[in-house]
Unconditional design. Sequence first.
Length: 142
Amino acid sequence: MPVTPHRTIARAAFAAFAAATLAFMLAGCGGGSSTASAVHLTPLARGHQLYAADSCEDCHTLSGGPGTGPTWKGLYGSRVTLTSGRTVTADVAYLTKHIVDPDAMTVRGFPGSVMAEAIQGDGLAHKPADVRALVALIKSLK
């Protein structure tokens, strides 16, 4: 059978429908930051997605401006003083620990329990890929 413009359009429409159906199935029916919907994202892209979806932007800026929490711009690799008086480097280990257990290493000058309360329902301790994605975002903000 010869390929006609109508068949080409029908094939394209079917392919678009199939792709949309697959995307809907992967995303699931619920809202929020579904890990299934982020399967194909790079860690950096997923970090940006989480930053917006999990309301990180309510306290942390990406621009260096002030916020309830420290800005993420220039944070990675910097030295931060904790409420305990200890100074640490904001490296992967520190950022990972702070994201999972915010009250363990609060930066001096910022409210201690705010982040712990804000992320309480996110379950980041059980989502290492999401934690790595947030760290990737922070690392990218020089």
